[in-house]
Ligand binder design. Structure first.
Ligand code: ADP
Length: 371
């Protein structure tokens, strides 16, 4: 038998070690749950309470009553069986933890068999590590969707351009009909231009998403700026039989903002206005406002239904309207535009009526004065 003093020293050091371990697992960001060989709760930490969304847990509770898991096909998973059958440490990112109110989160779950306690009599059990990965999962899903939509959107223009170029080669060899060759090359050229627009949108988007866009404020002579923009699009508008004009408030002075971003935003509005208008006109208006300038691009085009108006700024959104579908587009333009507007500390507003036309408005604040 050990002398009392030694027993108390052993107890003391065991207690100290227990306290150390408790504070260690409580400082972990991941939820930790240890169950004994009968699948009953032995140890848990604060993060586990947060993930399970409970205030407290009773040691000895059966694991089956602690959490309800569902798999990626929404089928319930028998956690008792899952833990019992784990002979080697495993981890899984596909389960979801289901709460009583029907909501659920994506879970990273790692299960490892362990020896709880000391010596030969120490019990066997399992340690479960729980992490809420809902945010990562939604980013992964968004990225997968992004890649699939982009590759789909790239495939069509590449196929059309390729088809037209090989057609041009064929005609050159067979008939030498120059007009037909020219037409095929023109179409291929249009598709390449579309691809280049798309790559530009994607690169602006990627810079915006990584927060890499910086704001360079400079003085903008609004009168000159809008006149130049309208002139740049005269040819595109005329090709569709549309009139384009600028309406500029004579009271306008210099605006301090990012010329690059304001231009990119207005260009997006104007190209859309031309693209989605079959007859009539496109107007670019600039009006003075206290501490800023109101820019508005109005068209007499196909218009946007009320339900679509709420979604036009969504990534990849394109209306189901057959007239929209008859045009090329990525559904990224307005999404990027809204990001740029936010960088300019402003918002975009839209009024539109189906079959009558749309007006996209942006109030660009004077950033130099705001400083
Ligand atoms: P894209 O034009 O490449 O499809 P955008 O993000 O610029 O993508 O626009 C998203 C959608 O909003 C368009 O597909 C179209 O349905 C609608 N839209 C945008 N501007 C107009 C407009 N001026 N008139 C009618 N519909 C528009």
């Amino acid at each position: 038998m050990l002398p009392t003093k030694i027993v108390s020293t052993v107890n003391k050091s065991a207690r100290l070690e227990h306290e150390r371990l408790t504070s260690l697992i409580n400082s972990m960001a991941d939820g930790v749950i240890a169950v004994d060989e009968h699948g009953r709760l032995a140890i848990y930490n604060g993060a586990a309470l947060n993930i399970l969304d409970v205030n407290t847990l009773k040691p000895g509770m059966p694991i089956g009553s602690l959490m309800k898991l569902i798999d990626k096909n929404n089928q319930p998973v028998d956690i008792v069986e899952l833990v019992r059958d784990t002979k080697l440490a495993t981890s899984n990112r596909d389960y979801r933890l289901s709460y009583g109110d029907g909501s659920n989160i994506n879970l990273y779950l790692s299960i490892a068999p362990v020896h709880l306690g000391y010596g030969k009599n120490g019990q066997h059990g399992h340690v479960l590590l729980l992490r809420d990965i809902t945010h990562e999962k939604s980013l992964e899903e968004e990225r997968d969707e992004f890649i699939s939509v982009v590759s789909h959107e790239l495939r069509t223009p590449i196929a059309i351009a390729e088809g037209n170029i090989s057609n041009a080669q064929f005609i050159t060899d067979k008939t030498g009909d120059l007009a037909a060759v020219k037409k095929a090359l023109q179409e291929a050229h249009n598709q390449i231009l579309f691809l280049s627009d798309m790559i530009n949108d994607l690169s602006t988007l990627s810079r915006a998403e990584r927060g890499k866009l910086t704001l360079e404020v400079e003085p903008i002579n609004v009168h000159e700026f809008v006149t130049e923009l309208a002139a740049n699009y005269e040819k595109d508008a005329a090709a569709k039989g549309l009139a384009i004009h600028a309406v500029i408030d004579p009271k306008l002075e210099v605006l301090y903002s990012s010329k690059l971003y304001v231009r990119e935003i207005l260009q997006n509005f104007i190209t859309n206005a031309i693209k989605y208008t079959e007859k009539g006109s496109v107007e670019i208006a600039a009006k003075a406002k206290t501490d800023g300038v109101v820019f508005a691009v109005t068209d007499t085009g196909i218009g946007i239904s009320k339900s679509d108006q709420e979604r036009v700024y969504d990534k990849f959104f394109r209306s189901e309207d057959f007239r929209t579908r008859a045009t090329n587009g990525t559904g990224l333009g307005l999404y990027v535009t809204m990001k740029l507007a936010r960088l300019l500390h402003t918002d975009i507003s839209l009024t539109s009526e189906l079959n009558k036309g749309s007006t996209f408005t942006i109030v660009v604040p004077n950033l130099a004065q705001a400083k």
